[in-house]
Design a protein around this ligand. Structure first.
Ligand code: HMG
Ligand code: MG
Length: 318
């Protein structure tokens, strides 16, 4: 990480764009609000609101946007219109629009929708794997294998999630060796990046430091991303610990939208606005315009009739 000593206090500079990216000072942000954020909403969010959100997010400079899921509509009804979402968004050049795909059926639907990238999702704990995707960890890897093979043939990159990196709502504490093992199996399938999810948001910076200390001995930091939920308010501290361990990719959700329908207590994801504020203050580049991002977050929060969960957005709006 560059020294934080001389970092500008409010370091955003609109000329910071991805094309000038330096691997040490550029941070990749994967915006998951339209998927991880909305999937947990009880009332069906109108298609137009999803499309407006995604277009506003791409307009803010985000280059990686998870726009939906091709999962069973019986399991996650909120994502049932993902194919329409992909049809209606205004695709911006240079933006990767991705989707979750749990199996070959989901992959075929995602390909049909012309996604730029897909993501498979496994768990480091057996209990969450069963509840979330109705199979064991080993079975999930076997489901992903033909998907990854087909995606490789089609030239579609596959990202992978590993949920419950610290604890599972069903099994309790998760060991570091379970996380390492699941990551290695996913990398062996050809996934180019593993997003490590603290699904129920219980981990602290100390846990992150311990996990990454071990994990980065086996896996390069450039193949890892961190996905923090802010349930216990630890998101930004966890990001800082990850930056110190050499991680330069983070998932976040505008306005702190989010949760997982199969993990009670998985409240909001870390808010993208709060993450960007921290990174820019540290002289790290994201290519994102914080004002436009905050505006997108306030708009979706208003349409959901609730307050944004981003402290930064609320402070700037006051
Ligand atoms: P299953 O019931 O075991 O599947 O569900 P199945 O193969 O027996 O099929 C049952 C029915 O689902 C069949 O339809 C299939 O056609 C259909 P029926 O004959 O009954 O009419 N089906 C599908 N339909 C649409 N798209 C598909 C699909 N696959 C089967 N892709 C399955 C297994 C994986 C499908 C199910 O468990 C599922 O969809 N789970 C998704 C759960 C989910 O999306 N959870 C939230 C995302 S994970 C998360 O949020 C964590 C993360 O953010 C990281 C973190 O925070 O840690 C990523
Ligand atoms: Mg999540």
């Amino acid at each position: 990480m560059p020294s934080l000593k001389n970092a500008p206090l409010h370091g955003y500079d609109s000329t910071m764009i991805e094309s000038t990216a330096n691997p040490d000072t550029h941070v990749k942000i994967v915006e998951v609000g339209a998927r991880d954020g909305l999937q947990n909403e009880k009332a069906i969010v109108p298609l137009q609101h999803k499309v407006q959100l995604i277009d506003a997010l791409s307009g803010s400079g985000l280059k990686h946007i998870e726009a939906g899921s091709f999962v069973s509509p019986k399991w996650v009804p909120q994502m049932a219109d993902s194919d329409e979402v992909f049809k209606q968004i205004a695709r911006r050049e240079g933006v990767t629009y991705s989707a979750l795909t749990p199996n070959l059926k989901g992959y075929e639907a995602a390909k049909q929708a012309n996604v730029n990238e897909v993501a498979v999702f496994a768990s480091a704990s057996e209990g969450f794997s069963q509840k979330n995707i109705n199979c064991s960890i080993a079975e999930s890897i076997e489901r992903f294998r033909p998907l990854c093979d087909e995606a490789a043939n089609d030239g579609i990159p596959v990202r992978a999630y590993v949920s419950c990196i610290f604890a599972c709502p069903y099994d309790g504490k998760v060991s570091i060796s379970q996380v390492v093992d699941t990551c290695e199996r996913l990398l062996a399938l050809g996934c180019y990046e593993i997003s490590l999810g603290d699904t129920i948001g219980v981990g602290t910076a100390f846990d992150t430091k311990r996990l990454l200390n071990t994990l980065t001995r086996a896996i390069k930091p450039s193949q890892l991303a961190m996905h923090f939920h802010n349930t216990y308010g630890q998101g930004l501290a966890n990001v800082y610990a990850s930056l110190e361990a050499g991680i330069r990719a983070f998932d976040a959700s505008v306005a702190g939208l989010g949760g997982c329908p199969y993990a009670k207590g998985a409240s909001g994801n870390l808010a993208t606005e709060d993450l960007v504020y921290l990174l820019h203050a540290g002289g790290l580049h994201t290519g994102i315009d914080l004002d436009l991002l905050a505006k997108a977050g306030l708009a979706i929060s208003a349409s959901l009739s609730r307050q944004s969960q981003s402290s930064v957005a609320l402070a700037r709006d006051a």
